[in-house]
Structure formats: C-alpha cells, structure tokens
Design a protein around this ligand. Structure first.
Ligand code: C2E
Ligand code: MG
Ligand code: MG
Length: 645
C-alpha cells in the first residue's frame, strides 16, 4: 500500500504558486517558461501519482490497458521532471539550447533512453509490468534513478563551472534545490512506499521560486515595468540575436527634478510613465532602470522612429500628480545590438554609458538627440569614457601647448593649453571626441582643473618671460562655470604654485555665454580674482553682439571656420567685424592659420594675434620648451620687412 497523504498539501501549495506566478508580469524568457512547465508538470505528476497508486492498490477493478496507461504516464512524467529541473539549471546559467547544441545534445541522451524504456514498457516490461498479481517493477526500473542522479550530477557540475553567472544567493539556491531533489530520491529508494518524493520536489520548486522566479525580483518598484535585473536576464537570452532594438530615454536633470518635486511625486510620475509605456506598447517590454531612465525593448522591424516621436510628443504634455502638472524633458537613444557577439554585460554597460552621455543637457555638441546609436558607436564612447577615467585616476591628463604669435612682429606672445588623453594603446584621443563626453559625464570639472594645475606647474618651472610668453590661455568649459567653488579651487591652485592670475587667460566659447545667467556670476568672481577672459571660437555659434559688447573680454578669437571661409572668399563682413571689435577695445586672434597667405590676409584686416599650423601644432610641454626656450624664435621676422597689406 502506498501512502500519499503528503500529496494533498503539496498540491495546495503548488496551486498557490501558480496563482502568484500568473498574477504579476513576467518576462518572456526561457527560464520562466521552464519554470511554468515545472509547475504544471509537478501538478500533473502528483495527480497521476495519486491516481496510478490508487489504481495499482486496487488493480483488480481496472483493465490491464488502463493500468498500463496510467503507469506509463507516471513514469514518462517522472523522467521528464528530472530533465526539466536540469533544464532549469541550464536556463538559469544562461546555457541556452541554441548556443550550446552539443552540450544539450549529449546531455539529452539519458532522458531519451529513459523515456523510450518507460513508454515501451507495456510491450517490453522494461521499467514495469502488469500481470495477474498487479503492478511489478521491471529489470530496467533503476533507469529512473540513473537518470535522476545523472541530471543532478550534471546540474551540480554546471553550477560549479559557471557559478560566476549567478549572484551568491542564487548560487546557494542552485545547489540547494538540486540537493533537495537528491534527498527526495534517496528517500524514495529507502522508503519506497512513502510517496514523499513529491514533497521534496515541491521544496525544490519553492526554493527556485524564492531565489529565481519570484516575479517581483524582475520588476521595478516604480510601477509595473521590469528592472535592470530583468533587462540582464532578457539580454542574456537574446545573446547573438540582432532582431531587436532598445529604445532608451532618460529624464533630463533627474536629480534636480526629484529634489524639486519630492520623492513621492517623482515616484508617482515614474509609475505613470511606466503605465503609459505598458498601456501604449503592450507588445513591447518596458524597463525602468533607475535614475529616471527607461528602456523599451521590441523587434528591430518596429517603426522605432515613430514610437520615439510619439513618446517625445507625450512628454510635451504634463504628468499629473495631486493636481500638479509636472513637465519633464527627456533625451533618447536607440540602440540596435547588431553585433552577433554582443553579450548582455556589454550591452548593459554600453547602455549605461549612453545614458550617462545622453542623459545630461547638451552643453556643447549638436548631436542629433534622436539619433540611432550602433553598438560600435557606443563602444567607442565607452572606450573614450574609460580613457578619461583612467587618465584622471592616474594623473595622466597631458597638456600640449600651441604658440600664439604677434601678427606684425611674428614674435611668440602666448600659448594655448590644450588637453590630451591617450587610449589603452597609447594613441592620443582627439579633444573633439573626449571633451563633449567629459562635459556630459561631469568629468570636465576634474579634467579642466588638471589642465589648469599643469599649466600653473609649467609656469612655475619655466619662467614665462624666458619663453617669450606674456600669458597662457586655458580653456574653460561652461560646465566648469556652473561649479560654485570654481574660483576658490583655481585660487588655491594659483597659491600652491605661486602663479599670478594675470599670467593666465581663460577662454570661454560663445556658446557658453549664450546661457549668460549660468556663467555670469562665476566669470565675475574669477575676474575679481585677477583672471582675464578671452572669447573663443567667435562666429561658430550664435554671435550675439550685444552680449559680446557687455563682456569684459581682453581678446576675441575668430573661429577657424570663419578664418578659412574668409580666406576662400574675401568679403567685407569679417574685416568690418574685426574693425568694429578693435574700436570697442578688443584685440583679435585668428585661429587656424595654415599658410603664409592666410597669415598675411588676417594680419591685413587687423588681427593682432595668429595661431595655427603654419607656425606650430600643439606641442608637448618639453618640446615646446626645447623649441621656444632661451629666447629662440623660429618665426621672428626682420622688423624692417613689411608684413600684411
Ligand atoms: P579650441 O580651444 O578652439 O582650440 C583650438 C583647436 O584648433 C585645437 O584643437 C588646435 O589643435 C586646433 N588648431 C590650431 N591651429 C590649427 C590649424 O592651423 N589647423 C587646424 N586644422 N587646427 C588647428 P584641439 O587641441 O584638437 O582642441 C579642440 C578643442 O577641444 C579646443 O578648441 C577646445 O574647445 C577643446 N579643448 C581642448 N583642450 C581643452 C581643455 O583643456 N578644456 C576645455 N574645456 N576644452 C578643451
Ligand atoms: Mg581654445
Ligand atoms: Mg578656438
């Protein structure tokens, strides 16, 4: 007689698990499908176990065919259960069938043999047979145990080999549920009449539920979007697929918005946004990745540009919380992981960097904010970001100096300090690449300070006069101007190196003064401290003459494009502007002078200073000293020879 009194509470618990499993959103990933299969299989196996045991106990009342049918079903399900638990382990470890065909092919053999023996038992009597005295175990009955032990052993080995793929909690749970299955089987062998095996399996299912399958583990706590863990789980399954896109968007100035609105209201907005995504794009998977960042994952064939426009349009309207209309600005990125080797880690890593890079107000670049980013582009940005971090960490930001010349005498008068960093192979990365990224990620503050400090150290070590320099220009990003203690920090550095503020001219671009209010205060303080200001890249931006007029610049640098444009086609505009500025008391520098003709043309219209490749490219500090030290001046002209027009 079999005792199956254990089974009724087990069925009840399983039922509760099923209800919970279906009550929350789930990711359409393999692990979830396998778990659902396990739940359903456990339920059917318990029912089959009860029915077949009951029938075997009262075998006389049933036909041979019915007894064979129920017992065959039970054994087939039993072997399938063994295999499903093993599949759950491989799913949890990210060892998908498609990517690991050989492993799955080889490890599927015992399962197949077990199933063939069970299903053919009605003819062969291999696993069991039914005769006039009822149910009997067959000669191959032990295949049940062989299969079970084989798959548990295989699971344990895989769990050890690939343990890094799970967090420590999941590692322990992975071992725990397999050991519970092992214990269940041992009980079945020791006490065959006690149908306690199912209870052990249920304990294993519960362990899995608590550590891997609880839907809340993959859901964000701001609405019903999935979280970062969910995104990682999804992307590990999408490994080597390129038929999907990730649309990311991020609330601009999230922290600021949060401090203005308060945590509760912000969270309500985030929930509304999640609900909007779920409601509007039911076929897509929405994720909330903290810090005001969302992602929508869907097929590559979708009309992403339209979706993006629609979401953008929705953000033109308010999100309403407690009768307050909250307007939020967002920036977008569209990511198509089209490399077959993009691992989940790499994609998530790149996505995070992309959020960092696009998630801030765009201070200096004119990037298409809705532009499609390929993984290669993001990779390049990640590399640049890593190089910035490593240069700052190891104090390896370099400063190159480019000389500036008096246009009449061709004597060196000043130099511009230009930041350089190197990539992992030691090659120089262009500032055009790393400055915008440093600005968007906030590293520009440290980077700008490093350049400023190295310039001060240079001034202390080399007397400016011996190099023929009256000052050195240092570029100042608008982001730096927003730093409240900028003036104090620069003052401290000046004091540290015993450098006087009038030895340094700070270059700010036209764009930075476009947002006048933000930088005005800082510029005033720095001026009081003795720094002088230069307007860089004049003509590249908004060219607001009124603002220029009210600014205390000592010098205006014509942007290279303006200079080149004038040299290609001489017009009256540039000479007029230059004359106008001169009458207002500004001196003018022409940048990007590459030929003698250009030098003469710009000198002719009244530019006092020239800077460009005709004279020198930016030089390493040592090379600069070697070239211009001890009063050497390779370009000084015979003062009797007239220059310009
Ligand atoms: P910028 O301040 O306008 O610097 C002048 C740029 O023009 C330099 O590029 C210089 O190498 C380049 N240049 C000078 N003469 C010529 C020429 O004759 N022909 C050509 N084709 N180019 C010439 P670089 O060093 O690549 O710097 C690019 C920009 O990056 C700078 O433009 C500046 O806006 C920014 N930058 C560089 N260093 C720093 C820094 O320390 N802080 C900040 N905030 N920005 C920096
Ligand atoms: Mg400059
Ligand atoms: Mg410039």
């Amino acid at each position: 007689m079999w005792d199956y009194s254990f089974m009724f509470p087990s069925i009840l618990v399983l039922f509760i698990l099923l209800v919970f499993f279906f009550s929350r959103p789930r990711l359409p990933i393999r692990m979830n499908r396998t778990f659902l299969a396990i739940l359903l299989l456990e339920l059917s196996i318990m029912v089959t176990d009860i029915i077949s045991s009951e029938m075997d106990n009262n075998y006389r009342q049933f036909s041979g065919a019915a007894l064979y049918l129920m017992n065959t079903l039970y054994f087939a399900l039993y072997i399938f259960r063994t295999y499903l638990f093993f599949r759950f382990t491989t799913d949890a470890l990210g060892l998908g069938y498609r990517e690991n065909r050989l492993l799955h092919g080889l490890l599927g053999v015992p399962f197949l043999i077990g199933e063939i023996l069970s299903l053919s038992s009605f003819a062969t009597g291999a696993v069991f047979r039914i005769d006039g005295a009822g149910y009997h175990s067959g000669p191959c009955y032990s295949i049940l145990y062989i299969c079970f032990f084989f798959y548990i052993l295989a699971s344990l080995v895989l769990l050890i080999v690939y343990r890094q793929r799970l967090n420590p909690y999941q590692q322990v749970s992975g071992f725990a549920f397999n050991l519970m299955l092992l214990a269940g089987n041992a009980m079945r062998i020791l006490f065959p009449r006690l149908l306690v095996m199912n209870t052990f399996c249920l304990a294993a299912v519960l362990t899995i539920y608590l550590s891997f399958q609880n839907p809340d583990l993959y859901l964000s706590d701001r609405g019903d979007a999935f979280n970062m863990r969910g995104l990682r789980a999804l992307l590990s399954e999408y490994y080597r697929r390129s038929d999907y896109c990730i649309l990311g968007f991020s609330i601009l100035n999230y922290n600021q918005e949060r401090s203005i609105l308060g945590g509760r209201q912000t969270d309500q907005c985030l929930k509304q946004i999640s609900q909007y995504l779920i409601g509007t794009y039911p076929r897509f998977l929405p994720f909330y990745l903290r810090s005001g960042r969302f992602a929508l994952v869907g097929p590559a064939s979708a009309q992403w540009r339209e979706i993006l426009d629609a979401i953008n349009a929705r953000f033109q309207h308010s999100w309403g919380v407690d009768n307050t209309a909250v307007y939020l600005n967002v920036s977008f990125m569209l990511l198509n992981p089209n490399s077959r080797l993009d691992s989940a880690d790499r994609i998530v890593n790149n996505l995070t960097v992309a959020f960092e890079v696009t998630g801030k107000p765009d201070a200096s670049s004119h990037d298409d904010p809705l532009g499609m980013q390929t993984m290669q582009q993001l990779d390049a940005q990640v590399d640049v970001l890593r190089s910035i971090e490593s240069a700052l960490e190891r104090d390896e930001v370099e400063v190159f100096l480019q000389p500036v010349f008096d246009s009449r005498t061709r004597r060196i008068v000043a130099a511009e300090a230009l930041a350089r960093i190197r990539d992992a192979t030691g090659r120089i990365i262009s500032p055009a690449l790393f400055i915008p990224i440093a600005e968007k990620t906030g590293y520009i503050n440290r980077l700008g300070e490093a350049v400023f400090e190295k310039t001060c150290a240079f001034i202390r070590e080399n007397s400016l006069a011996s190099l023929g320099l009256a000052w050195i220009n240092v570029n100042l990003s608008p982001i730096q101007c927003m730093q409240r203690n900028l003036c104090d920090r620069f003052s401290a550095i000046l004091d540290k190196y015993g450098v006087s503020a009038d030895q340094i001219h700070l270059e700010v671009t036209e764009q930075s003064i476009a947002d006048f209010a933000l930088v005005e205060n800082q510029i005033d303080r720095l001026r009081e401290r003795g720094f002088q200001f230069v307007l860089d890249d004049y003509g590249s931006g908004y060219s607001n003459l009124t603002r220029v007029k009210h600014y205390p610049f000592v010098n205006i640098k014509l942007d290279m494009e303006v200079v080149w444009d004038y040299c290609r086609e001489r017009d009256k505009l540039i000479p007029t502007i230059v004359q106008g500025f001169r009458q207002m008391g500004f001196s003018i520098t022409a940048e990007g002078i590459e030929t003698e003709e250009m030098a003469e043309a710009l000198t002719g219209i009244g530019c006092e200073y020239l800077q460009g490749y005709l004279f020198d490219k930016p030089l390493e500090m040592a090379a600069f000293v070697a070239r211009y030290g001890a009063g050497q001046n390779p370009f000084e002209q015979d003062k009797t020879k007239p220059t310009g027009k």
